[in-house]
Write a protein that binds this ligand. Structure first.
Ligand code: SGN
Ligand code: CA
Length: 534
């Protein structure tokens, strides 16, 4: 049975004990700030690698805390990841197996437990989870994917529209709550959730003016031909050259596309641009047109002499300029929040997490988007600062998952986690005690197929050394990667006789993990049937 001692009572008990014994008062429970961006690849955080962008503010969380180099998700897609974070359960249990399926609203989410325990709770930005959050005193969340300009928000008191740039607005709402509306007597749990850098990557004016002139290094696999892997990699529709929208993503003017005879990449290609630009105010639009108009002019001149390789390179640069430009505003926002914690004297007793709902391809394998069990989408950034507990500048390479976040935060706050949560508290790791950490494999399951980007359904097991995945539904293919010998995951060695004993033992381990977490072939079939009913 779960016993929850409300914080007010706990604090009273502590004070009472302190009076009786004459001992110093116990420290008050930590405040928690959970910062999450949407689709922020670890490759685009300089604490991991500075080859693309400097993110000095986000990096502060790691230099003053811990950087996790092997954090991963259970299912690399938005709403499922968020539901896993909130419930501490794998997707087949909370029901949000993909962006379309409904969340089982009877599930307990960890903010509810914080509120029951006496914390005040607030949430600003992108939740994208299909339901309003439970256990949150005050929220202003974007409907669905939300907009980059002049966004609408769902709030506890009805819907509102705020003029400006989404990332900056989410930061302002967060700071406003911190400064003016929270009760300083109570500990808080705050969610600061960015829409950026989600597709279609529209940076703020101050950043697009700068980033559109930058050139970024190309990944070695930009021209991957997917040989050596299975049908799933070959048939996915996430190639920058073939599948990005010319108008929506690369920001070509639909008129220029027509003039040059460029076919739309999808039926929403031009409409995406019309929708995004259509939300702008006149001054926002004028600034945009000035800069992106010149880019279109230059492209018009160059296009007749460009071959496929040139076009891929050009599109990769366009993608990075906008994607990384979006991150620049996120980094500034994080800096403003950390500065406020310093000013207000809150840094010492506040645990800060920075993460993303999953990883993302930044041209590796020629791709954008996510979904696959392969590293760039499977791994996610995780940086945690907890002054007085976590050694500044420490690094953990343990295999941790978004499945662990709920139990970690509950543990940090001294609130008991429900017994049916499936993760593990990271608090021992944060305290510098890795000896008690005994996980050597994690479980992954992706479902959203057939759907946009056409990544086939698959589940698998990942250990430090190997990754074994089973792709199913309209195929039945296994893939095995030797992570030490082949870190870029270019060669499926499943059928290599040298690995046959290993395949058997990994399959046994995978079956045991499926059983441990309550997943099964029966459930796989159940979710396929439910999907077909839709
Ligand atoms: C939109 C995007 C896709 C993206 C999904 C899911 N297309 O459909 O590229 O994979 O969202 O993203 S867009 O042209 O509308 O941007 S998720 O982050 O919500 O899972
Ligand atoms: Ca996402």
């Amino acid at each position: 049975m779960r016993i929850i001692v409300p914080l007010s009572v706990a604090v009273l008990l502590f004070s009472f004990q302190a009076c009786k014994t004459g001992k110093a008062e116990e420290p008050s429970p930590p405040n928690i700030i959970f910062i999450m961006s949407d689709d922020h690849a670890y490759q685009a955080i300089s604490a991991y690698s500075d080859h693309l962008i400097e993110t000095p503010q986000i990096d502060r969380i790691a230099s003053e805390g811990m950087l996790f180099t092997n954090a991963c998700v259970t299912n690399s897609i938005c709403a499922p990841s968020r539901a896993t974070i909130l419930t501490g359960k794998h997707c087949h249990l909370h029901g949000k197996i993909d962006n379309r399926f409904p969340f089982d609203t009877t599930q307990m989410t960890f903010p509810q437990l914080f509120r029951e325990a006496g914390y005040q709770t607030a949430m600003f930005g992108k939740l994208h989870f299909g339901n309003n959050p439970k256990g949150i005193d005050e929220f202003k969340i974007l409907p669905g994917q939300g907009a980059y300009h002049n966004p609408d928000f769902i709030t506890n008191e009805g819907n509102i529209r705020i003029e400006g740039y989404t990332t900056d607005i989410i930061t302002d709402l967060t700071l406003d709550w911190m400064k003016n509306r929270r009760d300083p007597e109570k500990p808080f749990l705050l969610f600061y959730l960015h829409k950026a850098p989600h597709r279609e990557w529209l940076p703020a004016e101050r950043h697009f003016r700068e980033y559109i002139h930058k050139t970024f290094p190309e990944p070695p696999t930009l021209f991957d031909d997917y040989r050596g892997r299975g049908a799933a990699a070959r048939e996915a529709e996430m190639n920058i050259l073939e599948h990005q929208n010319w108008a929506g993503d690369s920001k070509l003017d639909p008129g220029v596309m027509d003039e040059l005879g460029i076919e739309p990449a999808s039926d929403w290609d031009k409409q995406a641009a019309v929708n995004n630009l259509g939300r702008m105010t006149e001054p926002q639009r004028a600034a945009w047109d000035e800069v992106y108009g010149s880019m279109n002019e230059e492209f018009r001149e160059r296009y007749p002499s460009m071959d496929e390789g040139d076009l891929m390179r050009w599109r990769y640069q366009r993608y990075m300029q906008d994607y990384l430009g979006c991150i620049a505003a996120v980094d500034e926002g994080v800096g403003a929040l950390l500065d406020y914690l310093d000013e207000a004297g809150l840094t010492e007793n506040t645990l800060v997490v920075y993460t993303s709902d999953q990883g993302f391809y930044l041209g590796e394998h020629g791709w954008f988007d996510k979904r696959f069990i392969y590293d760039e989408s499977f791994k996610t950034p995780l940086l945690v600062r907890w002054p007085g507990v976590t050694e500044p500048g420490s690094v953990s390479d343990e295999m941790v998952q978004n499945l662990d976040f709920a139990q970690t935060l509950l543990d940090a706050a001294g609130i008991e986690a429900p017994g049916d949560m499936q993760g593990k508290s990271l608090v021992p790791l944060l305290r510098g005690d890795a000896d008690t950490w005994d996980r050597d494999a994690v479980y992954y399951h992706y479902y959203e197929y057939p759907a946009v980007h056409m990544v086939k359904r698959h589940y698998g097991i990942v250990t430090r050394e190997y990754k074994l995945a089973h792709f199913y539904y309209d195929i039945d293919e296994w893939e095995l990667y030797d992570r030490m010998k082949d870190p870029m995951e270019l060669k499926n060695v499943y059928n290599d006789p040298a690995y046959s004993i290993l395949v058997d033992s990994l399959k046994t381990e995978l079956a045991a993990l499926r059983e441990k977490y309550g997943d099964s072939e029966e459930l796989d079939r159940h979710f396929i049937e439910l999907y077909q009913d839709k």
